[in-house]
Design a protein around this ligand. Structure first.
Ligand code: ADP
Length: 187
């Protein structure tokens, strides 16, 4: 028998959660959040994924990659995630979000929030170079690239750490799903 779902519209027990994925470019944030979205939809949850590459083409298209603009990007996205979470939606968020202070901002703003450190050594991310950006950053064609000539502040107390150079995508997503279940974010 199918379990009743607390996130279905009309249910009085609406509870969303922001699942904040942080890590270097190419670490696996987008890949994990897409797979997580698929799994949660199969479980009948309402899901809205927010992804840095997508919001930067629209909501925050006016922003660049200075510290100030990166902060503004996270602040706007956090506001959107906060609205969605309050509507009982599960919101996987994939953002490099290199600064500790802005991730704390996201945590405070979103409220129901878990931080997933998508950990992968720089040299592996660079080898993957999914978007060809590391090569451009090393060639000096892109300035202020996280991990190359811009900082990434390692999360201090993330709820979850996944090591994408050592684990499978399936296991990473399972760890997140298990955490959500154990902490009653989903059933
Ligand atoms: P990000 O969103 O962090 O910039 P992407 O998800 O776009 O990173 O890219 C990560 C790349 O690493 C993808 O090509 C993905 O297929 C690959 N990859 C290899 N192993 C894993 C893993 N275990 N978990 C997640 N991604 C992985």
């Amino acid at each position: 028998m199918k379990k009743s779902n607390p996130l279905k519209p009309g249910d009085n027990n609406l509870k969303g959660v922001g699942i904040w994925m942080t890590g270097l470019s190419g670490a696996g944030k987008t890949t994990i959040s897409i797979f997580l979205e698929k799994r949660l939809i199969e479980m009948d949850y309402r899901v809205q994924r927010l992804d840095g590459d997508i919001v930067r083409q629209d909501l925050t298209a006016d922003l660049g990659f200075s510290k100030e603009d990166r902060d503004r990007n996270i602040q706007r996205v956090s506001f959107v995630a906060h609205l969605l979470v309050n509507q009982g939606i599960v919101v996987p968020c994939a953002f490099i979000s290199p600064y500790w202070e802005e991730r704390q901002y996201a945590r405070d703003k979103i409220g129901r929030f878990i931080e997933v450190f998508v950990e992968c050594p720089l040299k592996v991310c660079e080898k993957r170079d999914v978007k060809g950006l590391y090569a451009k950053a090393r060639a000096g064609e892109i300035k202020g690239f996280t991990g190359v000539d811009d900082p990434y502040e390692i999360p201090k107390n993330p709820e979850i750490v996944v090591h994408t150079d050592k684990m499978t995508l399936e296991d990473e997503v399972e760890i997140i799903i298990d955490y959500l279940k154990e902490h009653n974010y989903i059933v």
